[in-house]
Design a binder for this molecule. Structure first.
Ligand code: CP3
Length: 344
């Protein structure tokens, strides 16, 4: 019966009367039960590497809201850590990593086949989830896209304009390209193991795709995602891939064809009426409600939710936010969004 899960039907191209719904960062600090489990685990990374507790926080939003899909609880920066970079999180600030900007540093990274040693607990979380999720709920695995992960590895932290990564791309092309290549290979192996452990869909997060211009966008956002999609399709035919090239703007048109992904996730920077005509025409789309509505709620939330559902009603659509829900969001607004989508 697994193939009848609503998200899988939408990903195969079916137009459904009610779009399936899940939410980026649905397990997170806006939920009191997440904060309680996180306190038990200690820090964020200990939670990611604790299969029982990571599965527990993945299940919390499913129990509370009955979303149509669960997304594995982990982080896109576990791949650099598995390749040998140091990683830690500074409370209130975000991630920090040891930087990699030279040929020597790149050469010191571990070989791709060694990543599983570190990432084994993540696969175990996936196995627990595929046993424990309700039979109608799909399980989504994920990884960061190579460009976005590289921006953190090069800068050692999040950056507003990805300046250090753009500088390395301009000043030391072989090291930059070597890093993208290594991340592409590692991501194929990582997602392949998630699928073997029970992930039914995988998503690539290219959160900083928008800062790549012209040919760079094609070469460093689209092409690595296309390579990963192709390798996964060959190894695991029928497992759908969602790609999220955040900030792509008018370049969202053509992403299905260029990556061969089953679904293009849209941020809230594109108008749904435009996107129905220019993106959904090529296949399933996901998105694109502004996350701010989860903080402010009210009639504006209802109106925008209906506008998005109406715009995408004639083709395959998965309802979602345009980006992750923020810690100051109100769970009641999440319920209001779900009730509006499901028409109850
Ligand atoms: O969507 C989900 O619920 C699945 C889990 C998930 C997390 N991060 C959990 C998390 C996913 C898919 C991510 C992706 C991720 N991580 C991205 C790409 C998506 C995006 O939001 O653009 C990026 C850029 C990261 C790196 C990262 N991890 C950052 C910048 C931060 C923020 C630091 C902070 O303190 O807010 C994190 C931490 C993080 N990842 C949290 C969660 C629930 C908060 C950690 C906590 O509990 O303190």
């Amino acid at each position: 019966m697994t193939q009848n899960k609503t998200i899988l039907r939408a990903l195969r191209g079916e137009t459904l009367p009610t779009p399936p719904i899940w939410m980026m960062r649905q397990a997170g600090r806006y939920l009191p039960e997440y904060k309680a489990t996180r306190a038990k685990a200690g820090d964020f990374l200990s939670l990611c590497y604790n299969p029982e507790l990571a599965a527990e926080v993945t299940l919390q939003p499913i129990r509370r809201f009955e979303f149509d899909a669960a997304i594995l609880f982990a982080d896109i920066l576990l791949i650099p850590q598995a390749l040998g970079a140091d990683l830690w999180f500074v409370t209130g600030e975000g991630p920090r990593l040891s930087t990699i900007t030279t040929a020597d540093e790149l050469a010191k990274l571990k070989p791709v086949e060694d990543i599983h040693e570190t990432l084994r607990p993540i696969y175990e979380t996936v196995q627990i989830l595929s046993r424990e999720l309700p039979s109608e709920t799909a399980l989504i695995g994920f990884a960061g896209a190579p460009w976005t992960v590289a921006t953190y590895m090069i800068a050692g932290q999040g950056t507003p304009d990805q300046g250090p990564a753009h500088a390395l791309k301009a000043e030391n092309r072989p090291v930059f390209e070597g890093m993208i290549h290594r991340l592409t290979e590692a991501t194929i192996e990582y997602l392949s193991m998630q699928i073997q452990a029970g992930a039914e869909v995988v998503k690539l997060f290219d959160s900083w795709a928008g800062s790549l211009e012209d040919d760079d966008f094609t070469e460093f956002s689209i092409r690595p995602m296309q390579k990963i999609t192709q390798a996964l399709n060959e190894r695991h035919p029928g497992v759908p891939v969602i790609v999220f090239a955040r900030g792509a703007g008018s370049r969202f048109a053509g992403v299905h064809q260029a990556t061969r992904a089953d679904c293009v996730a849209l941020d809230d920077g594109v108008d749904p009426v435009w996107a129905a005509e220019h993106v959904q025409i090529d296949g399933c789309v996901q998105g694109n409600l502004a996350s701010a509505h989860m903080v402010t709620g009210g009639q504006a939330l209802v109106d925008d939710t209906r506008r998005i559902c109406d715009a995408f009603a004639k083709g395959p659509h998965i309802f979602n936010l345009g980006h992750g829900i923020t810690p100051d969001a109100d769970p009641d607004n999440v319920q209001l969004m779900i009730d509006t989508v499901r028409g109850s």
